[in-house]
Design a protein around this ligand. Structure first.
Ligand SMILES: [Zn+2]
Ligand SMILES: [Zn+2]
Length: 274
């Protein structure tokens, strides 16, 4: 049976950090790769994607699909530093469900990564880039992989993904979102029985109460959702840049007491779904 290999390249939210107190968890922003058969799928393109770009595993590929949850800086800032974008033999397929109101994904990336915000023009990258704007809550396929999507509760909108692989394994990626009564029911349905749930665990309960409108959720909500949706494994993700390694360890222990099969995603962590 084909293995599914998942690597967390960047697990921090909001902005990249580096300090003695955060070396264990890491400080790169959101990026997760999924390799299945001949496919390379990348969830978000924060600074974590830069490390993926330097990894020898890329020699196997000349093509990748990049599914963006949304286009806030922490989820796209690695794109112009991802080595394959400078390689004319590479094709990059970008997808987003929230860029249409801003002229579409191509327009958004062009604006962000052209002067005066960036030193060179977006169109001068040698790789061949393709763009797909879809509406959230739609499903589509990437060759033999089914991609289900769900609208998230985040300022400006964000999109969650459920990837269903041909071997029937499923991976859910739900970040940047807050939780509320309506989303609880929708998320539970969307995540039902997933083999892996990667969830926005930015806040503790106290922090959530202080910032209820920042569009992020909590580790406790992650554990609750994992339990009600009966997922097999929960990965805490989009860590608060204010949380040091010690705090993250505490959060993991607390989350495991509510949902035993919880892991802490850390930069460089590699897992397999068999
Ligand atoms: Zn974010
Ligand atoms: Zn965001």
């Amino acid at each position: 049976m084909t293995n599914t290999q998942i690597v967390f390249w960047g697990t921090r939210g909001s902005y990249p950090i580096a300090s003695q107190q955060t070396v264990k968890v890491g400080g790169r922003t959101s990026c997760v790769s999924i390799e299945y058969d001949q496919h390379l799928i990348i969830l978000d393109a924060g600074t974590g994607i830069i490390a993926l770009g330097d990894d020898s595993r890329l020699q196997k590929y000349k093509e990748a699909t990049i599914l963006l949850s949304h286009v806030h800086h922490d989820h796209i800032m690695g794109i112009p530093f991802f080595k394959p974008i400078f390689d004319k033999e590479w094709s990059l397929h970008f997808y987003a469900g929230v860029a249409k109101p801003y002229g579409g994904l191509e327009e958004v990336l062009k604006t962000c990564f052209s002067p005066p915000y960036f030193p060179i023009e977006w169109k001068s990258f040698p790789s061949s880039c393709h763009y797909q704007d879809f509406s959230t809550n739609q499903s589509f396929t990437i060759q033999d992989i089914t991609v289900e999507t769900i609208a998230l509760d985040h300022p400006g909108g964000a999109c969650g993904y459920r990837l269903v692989l041909p071997n029937a394994k499923s991976i859910v990626y739900l970040t940047d979102t807050k939780h509320n009564e309506q989303s609880n029911a929708e998320f539970t349905k969307f995540c039902q029985g997933a083999d892996l749930l990667i969830y926005d665990s930015t806040f503790t309960d106290e922090e959530f109460t202080e910032h209820p409108d920042w569009g992020h959720s909590t580790w406790r909500e992650a554990a609750r959702l994992a339990t009600t949706a009966n997922v097999k494994c929960l990965a805490l993700f989009h860590h608060n840049p204010d949380h040091c390694d010690q705090q993250m360890e505490k959060i993991l222990i607390q989350a495991q007491s509510e949902f035993a099969n919880t892991i802490l995603s850390t930069d460089g962590l590699e897992i397999f779904l068999k």
